[in-house]
Design a protein around this ligand. Sequence first.
Ligand code: ADP
Ligand code: MN
Ligand code: MN
Ligand code: MN
Length: 333
Amino acid sequence: MAKFKFEYVWLDGYTPEPNLRSKTRVMEFSSYKGDVKKLPMWAFDGSSTQQAEGHFSDCLLKPVTTYRDPARINGWLVMCEVLNSDGTPHAANTRCIAENAADYWFGMEQEYTLVLNGRPLGFPDNGYPAPQGMYYCSVGNGNVAGRDIVEEHLDLCLEAGLNLTGVNAEVMLGQWEYQVLSKGSKKAGDDLWMSRYLLFRICEKYGVDVEFAPKPVEGDWNGSGCHANFSNDTMRNKGGKEYFMNIFEAFKKNHKAHIAVYGSGNDMRLTGKHETQHIDSFSYGASDRGASIRIPVTTAKTWKGYLEDRRPASNIDPYLVAHRIVTTIKDME
Ligand code: ADP
Ligand code: MN
Ligand code: MN
Ligand code: MN
């Protein structure tokens, strides 16, 4: 028998966006290969996470998926749903709301800012660095800040089994992006939340904070988004201009319902500047980075493939975003 460390990870009850919480459970197995069914439910004090009242505070953790935890000996990360003490889904359990649309793929472009002492990493203590221009996909001291963290995060995510497809330095100094491609709407949420968990944990070691606010620095500095690239079986394999036009119509009609789950403070970011469409307008366009929805060049040529919804902010709850996209398309079909 060997002792394994299982990090049970869940989302708390804070609004408008939940935070990640976790605690370790040590269990003995002769061997463990990631089967979530072998893991028991667990409990936590919901009164400390805004998920229950003090006098009746137990909430339950239901393991739903596992990832390797490469930074720990015999370590596993366990994504959990939160249930009330009677076993019903907790009101803040957004994973449970999302139906599992297995043929939907999501490529989430997670942007974020590394922060030291309240300032983006690389910014001087007073004032500002040189204006934007030289930072995006840059190399060289002064042009990027925090690459060690980014590299370590990429390696850990890949070893954990998360399908990161790339990383890049972003338009603002100290701002970065990684992309995660997931198949299935619930998995899209699980994967993005767990990749964020690993980012937070690595940053603890460096004494650096992670900022997911959509507009961390006011003024002529890019905000942080989480572009949601999506496709379903029909888009990828059957396609057709008409099907895509119907999607644009449906997205236009539901613009407000989408914006409602596309992150708090997103109005600070979707201003119509800095490669965004204004939050009150909906538009789509081939290769148009100023549109709400960009049609990638290959999709526009063949009317087969995926679309990029550029509206979601960096602080989204991906369960809600995936669910909204799936719902709009399914209602249209
Ligand atoms: P850009 O920065 O040009 O907007 P990225 O390369 O950062 O684009 O992100 C594009 C994302 O789209 C990647 O995560 C990629 O995996 C994802 N993607 C590619 N094909 C599909 C598809 N068929 N369905 C959903 N996502 C896809
Ligand atoms: Mn990108
Ligand atoms: Mn980007
Ligand atoms: Mn993009």
